[in-house]
Structures are given as C-alpha cells and as structure tokens.
Design a protein around this ligand. Structure first.
Ligand code: PEP
Length: 255
C-alpha cells in the first residue's frame, strides 16, 4: 500500500510548556527557520492559554495551530473544559486526542477518545489521535493487538469521508519523553499495521490517503531515518518541538 503522495505533517506537542509571551517569541524564531519549507504541514499544538497569542503570531505564516485536548460536548456545565467550537472559533485547526499522558494521568479512555474524535471532526478540526502500547505490552508480544484495538475503538462510528480529518499518531508509550526511540523498522511495522486496520475498515484507497505519524523521542538526529519509511507520514514531537533549531531540522527532514 505504497504512496509517496501523502503530505507529511510535522506537529509539535508543547505539552505544559511556554507562557503566552514565550510562545510568541518562539513562533517568530521558528518561522525564521522554517519559512519557505513547503514540503510538509507544520503544526504546533500548544497549551490552551497560549492559543490566542500563537494564532496571532502564526497569522499569514505557514505554521498551523493545534490544541492538546477537546471536550466532546458542545457546551454546558463542564468546568475547565474547552469545546471544539471554541477551538475553531479561536483559529485552531488541529487537536491532539488521546495522548498517553492524558490516558495515564487524566482518565482518558478509548471511549472518550472516540467521543472527542467525533466532536473534533464534526467541528472541522483535524484530530491527531494517539495510540500506542506500553512497554509491558510490547514485551508480552501484544503490540499489534493493543494498537489495532485502540485504532478500531477510536474510529467507531466514523465514516471513510471523516478520515481526511483524522491523523493517527503511533506513539509507543515507552518511547515518549524517554529518549528511547523505536527503531525505524519497529515504527514502520506498527504504522503499516495501522494502515491495514484502516484498509480493512474503510478500503485501500482511504488507507492509502490517511496520514499516520510516528511519535516518541523523534529528534533532529533520528527524524530523517524515521520519516523515510514508507508508512510514516510525519511526526508528533514533544521535547524536540520546544527547540526551534531541532524542530526545524525535523521539518527539513520531511521535505
Ligand atoms: C509527545 O509528546 O507526543 C512525544 C512524542 O514526546 P517526545 O517527543 O518528547 O517523546
């Protein structure tokens, strides 16, 4: 199922880093390094409080803005939460859903990942849906089972047409923030498996067009090798997205 026609998406996940003022300065530094690099989409997924400053700083530039979470209800008594309509109205285009840190620390489940994905897509956002096994699952030899299940549950009730608004990010939990990257072969194997799950559900054409990212300690040194793999269409990058020089090298590797 080969296609080099998919446009890579290089997305930074800032996690809980950068104040609005720091974010504004960072975007200007980053843009100086990535302007003119048109071979991939560049996204920064920022803390909610940074969204207005970052949307303003990115106006007219080739950097798009993402959020790190979204609530699945349209509005109501959900103190502290942010709806998909609020995000789109603020100028956000992407949203990370089901990041392992949210699954681990904030009670995110496959069911809420599915609900958030539906809400995001219905509002016109592009959902970056994170899946990935923990170390014990890899060691037990059940990575394929775990990741297939997560993908299938995340996509329950979504149609083939929705897949142009959904990116699947394969993020082995043991590789996130640990400096321990999956080898290009390990990452490729699971990204190919994800594409097969999509092919079984929606057909080969949809699978061929779906963006599947790798995330987990991707950095300036290993990005080129990972991004060269047939089924890896970009990256979701944590630590290295906070350094403009490193993030721009990853963007360059995706050209
Ligand atoms: C992430 O936050 O999605 C991530 C992959 O982090 P890191 O690149 O730091 O491992």
């Amino acid at each position: 199922m080969s296609s080099r026609k998919r446009r890579p998406v290089i997305a930074g996940n800032w996690k809980m880093n950068m104040t609005p003022s720091q974010a504004k300065e960072f975007i200007s530094e980053l843009y100086d390094k990535v302007k003119g690099k048109r071979g991939c989409d560049i996204v920064v997924c920022v803390p909610a409080i940074d969204i207005p400053a970052v949307v303003k700083a990115c106006a007219g530039k080739s950097i798009k803005v993402g959020a790190q979470n979204v609530h699945f209800e349209k509005s109501g008594a959900y103190t502290g939460e942010i709806s998909a309509d609020m995000l789109t109205d603020a100028g956000v285009k992407y949203v990370v859903i089901g990041h392992s840190e949210r699954r681990q620390y904030f009670g995110e489940t496959d069911d809420t990942v599915n609900k958030r994905t539906k809400a995001a897509v219905a509002a016109g956002l592009t959902a970056i849906v994170c899946v990935g096994e923990v170390l014990a699952e890899r060691e037990a030899g059940i990575t394929s089972e775990v990741v297939s299940r997560q993908v299938k549950l995340a996509l329950l009730g979504l149609a083939a047409e929705d897949m142009s608004k959904i990116i699947i990010a394969y993020e082995p939990v043991w590789a996130i923030g640990t400096g321990k990257t999956a080898t290009a072969e390990q990452a490729e194997e699971v990204c190919a498996l994800i594409r097969n799950v999509i092919a079984e559900k929606y057909g080969k054409q949809t699978a061929k067009e779906t963006i599947v990212q790798y995330g987990g300690s991707m950095n300036a040194k290993n990005a080129a090798e990972l991004l060269a793999m047939e089924n890896i269409d970009g990256g979701l990058i944590g630590g290295a997205s906070l350094k403009a020089a490193d993030f721009s090298v990853i963007v360059e590797a995706a050209q």
